[in-house]
Each structure stands twice: as C-alpha cells, then as structure tokens.
Design a protein around this ligand. Structure first.
Ligand code: NAD
Ligand code: UDP
Length: 316
C-alpha cells in the first residue's frame, strides 16, 4: 500500500475513520471524502496534520475528478434512523454516488471496493446467509431506500465490471460495532451501552428474540483490506462475526459488563426488522484467510470504555 493514492468515501464515519487510520499507518496516501452527514471531524482530527492524509468535503451525489489508485466506497448513512431521515437522498447516495465512483474508477483505472451490506439479504429465509442467497427484500418498505439502494449498487458494480472492465471488489458487511460510533447513531450496540452507562431504560424493540451477529471494527477493517488487495476474486464476500446473539442476550451482556441497574423497556418493532441474521463466512476464510479474532464480550468491553470516556468528556 505504500505511496498508493487511496480514496475513502465516508472516511469521517465510524468504519471509514478506522480504515483511514489503518491505511495511513501502512504509509498509503489517503484522501478522505465526506459530506459530514453522520461522520465527524472528531473521528479524524488526529490524522489532520499527517502528511499522508487529506480531507475533501464533498457530496458523493455530485461527480468529482481525482487521481487515485484505489477507492473504498463507504459513503452512506448506515443506521436505520439516519438512512430513513432523508430516504430519497439515501437512494441517490447509493445509486448516483456509486455511478460517480465507478465512472471515476473507469477513467483512472482504479480498483474499487464497495461496502455492501447484509441488508441485501433482507429478512432472510436462508440461515445462515451464504453469498449465493438472493435475499428476501421488501422493495417498498421503510428500509428499502437502503436495502434496495445497496442492491442496485452491487448491480452497477457488476455491470461496470462486465461492460467496462472496471476492477471491482464487493464486501457484504454484517453488523459491526466499536469505538467512534456516534452517540446519536441509534444502532443497537451504541444505544444499549449509552443507556446502560446513563442509567436509562434499555430499549428493546419487539420481544428481543430477533438475532444479529456482531463484528468488532478492527476485524472488519482487516477483512476489507484483505479483500481490496486480493487477486482473482471480486466477491461478493460476506464479512462478519458468525456468532449469533438475540437482542435480549446483547442487552443482558451490556448490563453485566457495565454493572448498570438499568431496566429493559419494550418498544415497538420497526417495520421489516429482520428476524435473524448470521453470516456464513466460509468464502472469506477460503479466499482471504480471514475470520474475526475479537469476540463480543471483549469487543463490548473496549466499546464501553470508549463511550465512558466520551460521556465523561461531554459532562465537562
Ligand atoms: P457511518 O454513518 O458512521 O458512516 C457513513 C459516512 O458516510 C459518514 O461519514 C457520512 O457523513 C458519509 N456520507 C453519507 N452520505 C454521504 C454522501 N452523500 N456524500 C459523502 N459522504 C456521505 O456508517 P458506518 O457504520 O461507518 O458505515 C460505513 C459504510 O459501511 C456504509 O456504506 C454502510 O452502508 C456500510 N455498512 C456498515 C455496517 C455496520 O454495521 N457498521 C454494516 C453494513 C454495511
Ligand atoms: N434494536 C433494539 N433497540 C435499539 C436499537 C435497535 O432492540 O435501541 C434492535 C433492532 O430492532 C434490530 C436490532 O436491534 O432488531 C439491530 O438494530 P440496528 O439498528 O443496530 O441494525 P440493523 O437492524 O440494521 O441490523
């Protein structure tokens, strides 16, 4: 990676900022592009003065001309409350943003990796989910702007590859958590930790029996970098931790580790909330020699420590 010019869209977000850290540490020349919708300067402020790091404030929906060797396309709000806030914009980011990045990759002959998602499987009828599964997605529901947006983005990736020979890589990311998730993010891990630390009720949507498989951020970044730099395999490949937990089990674990006295409080289950989700990562193991190393208890401890610091700082 040394001296490679690498564009990270969504580079000021949760995953993007960790990716920028790792690429800068490998001596790549990193261009971080972000419109700061859900990302923040706080996530990348420690990189600002680094000679191998630059920031561009730009909205991916508009075309941009840059000279780069690799593109990691992460720009897109990932939390349901944020991607549903302006659903049309989410579709535009996934479709027009993807076209802009593929056009750029085609012009400068850069390799492009798309951060796709387990949401392309929708509410899956196959369990665990393999890459060969076509999914069960509602195309007119509240989550469609994201799910269908990401599905079209994958379509565009393959069509530019077949039609124009663009060098593509696709990773399907399953629920990932860790330091630098925004306090206002709204996804389950950060919500539960903040609620537990503040002594507020833990908000369980539905009966808490729905499942997710949680991957720690450093494992995810390792998988993404391996995929970008592997030869002869374009994906899609699932990246995630295959250990599956119900949302109620997650709440209990957060309460145990934080030692919080918070009570659990039931809230309505959001529309089309998938009932179960677990990646089959055989392909990632075979092609990338990758599997997660950090299990939930350990990852939660690190994340809880991070949020404790953030909350202490914000209290003055
Ligand atoms: P995030 O919301 O923290 O980061 C997204 C970043 O993209 C933010 O910095 C935001 O400001 C930026 N952005 C959004 N729209 C933009 C636009 N139009 N132009 C420029 N920048 C824009 O989310 P994250 O968890 O870091 O997710 C990063 C990527 O990974 C997303 O594409 C997401 O769909 C994908 N992903 C994440 C997870 C996960 O569990 N974290 C799971 C599946 C897929
Ligand atoms: N969830 C919950 N309480 C919260 C936030 C989320 O019970 O405060 C549930 C949500 O309904 C879903 C799961 O946790 O079943 C994961 O939600 P998240 O938004 O983190 O990710 P996604 O649904 O996109 O996997």
């Amino acid at each position: 990676m040394k001296n490679k010019r690498i564009l990270v869209t969504g580079g000021a977000g949760f995953l993007g900022s960790h990716l920028c850290d790792r690429l800068v540490s490998e001596e790549a020349d990193v261009l971080c592009l972000d419109n700061f919708f859900t990302g923040s300067k706080e996530n990348i402020k420690h990189l600002m003065d680094h000679k191998n790091f630059e920031i561009i404030r730009h909205d991916l929906v508009e075309p941009i001309l840059l000279e780069v060797d690799q593109i990691y396309n992460l720009a897109c709000p990932a939390s349901p409350i944020h991607y549903q806030y302006n659903a049309v914009k989410t579709v535009k980011t996934n479709v027009m943003g993807m076209i802009n990045m593929l056009g750029l990759a085609k012009r400068v002959k850069a390799r492009i990796l798309q951060a796709s998602t387990s949401e392309v499987y929708g509410d899956p009828k196959e369990h665990p989910q393999k890459e060969s599964y076509w999914g069960n997605v509602n195309c007119i529901g509240l989550r469609s702007c994201y799910d269908e947006g990401k599905r079209v983005a994958e379509t565009l990736m393959l069509d530019y590859h077949r039609q124009n020979g663009v060098d593509i890589r696709i990773v399907r990311i399953f629920n990932t958590y860790g330091p630098r998730m925004a306090v206002s993010d709204g996804r389950v891990v950060s919500n539960f930790i903040i609620q537990a630390l503040n002594g507020q009720p833990i908000t369980i949507y539905g009966d808490g029996s729905q499942t997710r498989s949680f991957c720690y951020v450093s494992d995810m970044i390792e998988g993404m970098i391996r995929m970008m730099n592997c030869e002869g395999f374009i994906g899609p490949v699932n990246l995630g931790n295959p250990n599956e937990f119900s949302i109620k089990e997650l709440a209990e674990l957060v309460l145990e580790i934080t030692g919080s006295e918070s009570k659990m409080e039931r809230k309505p289950l959001p529309e089309n909330d998938p009932t179960q989700r677990q990646p089959d990562i055989s392909l990632a193991k075979e092609k990338l020699n990758w599997e997660p190393a950090i299990q939930l208890r350990r990852g939660l401890k690190k994340t809880i420590k991070y949020f404790k610091d953030v909350l202490t700082r914000s209290c003055g």
